[in-house]
Design a protein around this ligand. Sequence first.
Ligand SMILES: *[C@@H]1O[C@H](CO)[C@@H](O)[C@H](O)[C@H]1NC(C)=O
Length: 386
Amino acid sequence: CKVDLAFLMDGSWSIGKRRFKIQKEFLAEVAQAISVGVAGPMMGIIQYDDPVTEINLKTYSNSREVKSAIDKIVQKGGLSNVKALYYINKHYFSDANGNRGGAPNVAVVLVDGWPTDKVEEASRLARESGINIFFVTIEGPDDNEKQNLVEANFVDKAVCRTNGFFSLPVASWFALRKAVQPLVKRVCDTDRLVCSKTCLNANDIAFVIDGSSSVGTGNFRTVLQFVANITREFEISDTDTRVGAVQYTYEQRLEFAFGQYNNKAELLNAIKHINYWSGGTSTGAAITYAAEQLFSKSKPNKRKIMIVITDGRSYDDVRAPALAVHRQVIAYSIGIAWAAPDELEYIATDPDKEHSFFVDEFDNLYKFVPKIIHNICQEFNSQPRN
Ligand SMILES: *[C@@H]1O[C@H](CO)[C@@H](O)[C@H](O)[C@H]1NC(C)=O
């Protein structure tokens, strides 16, 4: 269960001393049940309404220490304002605070009754930055109380799916203990923590790199820099974006597979050390090869993106292989110098003008890095999330 797990605990006056204590006991039981450790879950706590970090993610590396820190937490008072979600989004899950990157970010909001402010926007922003939000509502509104809500259906507005996975209503404070196991089970189900996808953390990206003789050693190095510069923009890990690469001439070579390098430094190093091959140009066969060697091993919850980089006309047909992959892959084509415009359009997913780029010389490739990232993110954000 490797997650970065933050609890937002309710410190409002309305909750009272006794129930605040029950909340602390609940958190201590979660810390025990989840087995905090650097190779597994790390756990932190924020108290709201005025958000205060009680426990940083990186401070304690075992359950015993977390539990004794929980024991020392003092109730701060205030309202039940969940605007603290802005705080976790901007401050809490920062690398300096112990965010590991390779572990999904999970925030569990504990609410006594219902929030005294609106949660929708703060939750959406947090989700868009990749945080998985769970709501545990204790003694939530009954039918008569629903008219008092600041925001109707606040839980549904806060979580990513309304199928119940991300929400745990608890009937009374005395029943809270029973929520420990179900909650731990869910926050550890990392395959289902896929709602909080962003354009930077949710892809399997395959670079299909032309290594033909016309490129030449110096320009090939520029192409690798281009590949590295695009890669650098993404969040890289086994649960975030993964990158694979194929180099081709007449033949094809798998340089590295998805998930072979699971952190950015190793991945950039691997890109840098791709050896220039030199030979012919069979772009069609290379696309088919990328589908077989890379995309067949892609995870179902990843967005599949192929970026083909070529400087010449292909010796084989690109149209049929490209059509075959378009069913599951978003294809970008980057043509340089002698690349054939008609082929670049066949390779690219429609609309071509958003997925196909041409540069007259290798030295101008760098200009397209921000454009490509922008287009990948824009396309991602324009599609329904749930
Ligand atoms: C890659 O990024 C470096 C550093 O920003 C820049 O100097 C270089 O021109 C870029 N090259 C390409 C091909 O994108």
